[in-house]
Design a binder for this molecule. Sequence first.
Ligand SMILES: CC(C)(COP(=O)(O)OP(=O)(O)OC[C@H]1O[C@@H](n2cnc3c(N)ncnc32)[C@H](O)[C@@H]1OP(=O)(O)O)[C@@H](O)C(=O)NCCC(=O)NCCS
Length: 157
Amino acid sequence: MKSPKIQIRSMNIADIPAVYQIEKDSFQYPWPKKEFFVELVRNRFAKYFVCYLEKEMVGFLGLWLILDEAHIANIAVKPTYRKKGIGHLLMNFGEQLAVQARCKTIVLEVGISNSIALDFYKQRGYKVTYRRKNYYAHSFEDAYEMIKELNNACAGN
Ligand SMILES: CC(C)(COP(=O)(O)OP(=O)(O)OC[C@H]1O[C@@H](n2cnc3c(N)ncnc32)[C@H](O)[C@@H]1OP(=O)(O)O)[C@@H](O)C(=O)NCCC(=O)NCCS
């Protein structure tokens, strides 16, 4: 039997509705749809990617490449496709891109109650550096800032 085809490609404006659906299914306070538009059209540091399994969008990743630092802006996998390795595929892709762009570190923020994402990032070698008070605008939840040092050896882990 043929194995299903998985593909990561750059996100474009036509992808916004499907990305927004995954966003809504993934977060209590989702980004508004227009935020994705702004990221794609106005943010010159932003790189967004979508992951397709055959013809179905199953996840997306957004990162900012700013000089020697990369920043994970957003990542989500469609709930029914979680725990199948898609999150790791997206992060491998983003980290490799950051290495190619000569970034030295990659940073992100994660809500302190998001234990699944926290485990996921720890498993990938991210370390908590500090706790940002009331980081999230709607929930006022604190966030952990996490950092991973990048080098050619670690991209692809
Ligand atoms: C975090 C997220 C992107 C991971 O994507 P994924 O495709 O499920 O991840 P993978 O299958 O590649 O990796 C699984 C790892 O994630 C963590 N994880 C995923 N689901 C988990 C669960 N139900 N319970 C505990 N850990 C879980 C574990 O570290 C797991 O590793 P393991 O399989 O060795 O136990 C996904 O859970 C998601 O979209 N969450 C909602 C959005 C979100 O919180 N984004 C991060 C914002 S900072």
